[in-house]
Design a protein around this ligand. Structure first.
Ligand code: G3I
Length: 365
């Protein structure tokens, strides 16, 4: 099911009717409806645990998200904890939830240097058996064939600090076992397993106006050019969008030029993991909320000024559950929550939500 604009508008605008009630005021104000009005999508990374245990959270997800992705359930350490054991229960539960609420679903992620089960890490280096890559993709993408709108086929294959001239991540079991060809193998396999799903290459830290981020952008463009020149079936680039309000400079022009470079390759673009870390900011959270909202607006205004950008997913929707508050690099030493998402811990809209809505509204149909 391709993420085309017609489908987007239809699937998101029918939600209130599907839920057996008229489109109440707040539904019309939701990010889900506002995004679809401009033929774009907004979505959220969710977990089964939060969906099953938190009624407030569930309500916000249904109202605000047009597409869901699993924060952890569709990673290999969860899906295939043992060589002969698959556990699809978490991903199945999120897919069922999405289908019940007329939401799309995307898969994250098939091939990554992290979140691999121990047995795989050990076996792949000794056997270098390509079936450890292809049979997994066939099993997972095949199971969700026709139900997943898109896949992050390969995630974070770039790491210029590893010293390769290509800028590829050498410290990866996949690169160690197969060299760069693991990437094209994965995409060809995913395409064959579900010809309708949109296939993404997903990458981190492409957004900053700093030298190391520029090196990542250049290496990413070069990789995409190589893949496309070989006829690798890649449809889109996922730009994760984990911004750092007080630690990494951002420039509209730098980001805009990069989006143009990607679009010139004929690829669509999705902001796949948007949030704004407020670590290092002022003690006054009202000021932090304002700064986060202002950066959100600038970033999404540039993104949504490009027809190739099909939308944005945030990596969570409420500060109550953000990974930023669990990660040593971004969490607040005094234990206060990171405020990098559109809703606060009590699911109240924040200035960041307003900034996102304005950015979606700003772009004409
Ligand atoms: O589920 C286990 C739990 O049983 C155990 O008690 C607990 C204690 O260690 O760990 C739990 O698993 C954790 C999992 O998140 C679920 O919460 C893993 O340790 C932890 O490593 C894992 O972190 C996730 C990380 O990816 C690695 O998969 C984060 O939640 C998730 O937000 C983060 O997301 C990544 C994207 O996939 C790729 N882009 C960057 C982004 C942020 O790092």
């Amino acid at each position: 099911m391709r993420l085309d604009r017609r489908h987007l508008v239809r699937s998101c605008l029918t939600l209130p009717l599907l839920m057996g009630r008229s489109a109440k005021a707040e539904d019309n104000e939701s990010l889900r409806v506002r995004a679809s009005r401009h033929a774009r999508i907004y979505g959220v990374a969710v977990t089964t645990e939060q969906l099953l245990s938190d009624v407030e959270y569930r309500k916000v997800i249904v109202r605000e998200a047009g597409i869901l992705v699993a924060e952890g359930e569709t990673k290999r350490n969860v899906l295939q904890p043992q060589r002969n054991l698959f556990n699809f229960s978490g991903t199945d539960a999120i897919l069922k939830f999405a289908q019940r609420n007329a939401q799309l679903m995307r898969g994250h992620t098939l091939v990554w240097h992290r979140a691999n089960p121990k047995w795989l890490t050990e076996e792949i280096i000794t056997t270098r058996d390509e079936k450890l890559l292809t049979s997994y993709i066939n099993a997972v993408v095949g199971r969700y064939r026709g139900q997943f709108n898109s896949w992050d086929v390969v995630n974070e294959a770039i790491e210029p600090e590893d010293g390769l001239s290509s800028g590829l991540r050498e410290q990866s079991i996949w690169f160690q076992a197969f060299g760069e060809t693991y990437i094209e193998t994965a995409f060809h396999c995913a395409r064959a397993a579900d010809p309708k799903a949109q296939l993404f290459y997903n990458e981190a830290n492409l957004e900053g106006d700093v030298a190391w981020s520029e090196r990542r952008r250049r290496a990413t463009i070069k990789l995409l050019e190589r893949l496309i020149s070989k006829g690798v079936p890649i449809d889109a680039l996922g730009i994760q969008g984990h911004l750092k309000a007080y630690r990494v400079k951002y420039s509209d022009d730098v980001f805009s030029r990069f989006l143009d470079d990607v679009a010139s390759l004929g690829l669509r673009i999705l902001i796949t993991e948007f949030d704004v870390a407020d670590a290092g900011g002022p003690e006054d959270y009202v000021q932090r909320d304002a700064d986060v909202a202002s950066l959100t607006r600038r970033f999404l205004d540039v993104a949504f000024s490009k027809p190739s950008v099909i939308g944005c997913l945030s990596w969570g929707i409420s500060d109550k559950y953000s990974w930023l508050s669990r990660d040593d690099r971004y969490k607040w030493p005094d234990g206060q929550p990171s405020r990098g998402l559109p809703f606060d811990q009590e699911f109240k809209q924040k200035p960041m939500w307003d900034a996102m809505v304005s950015a979606y509204d700003k772009t004409a149909l």
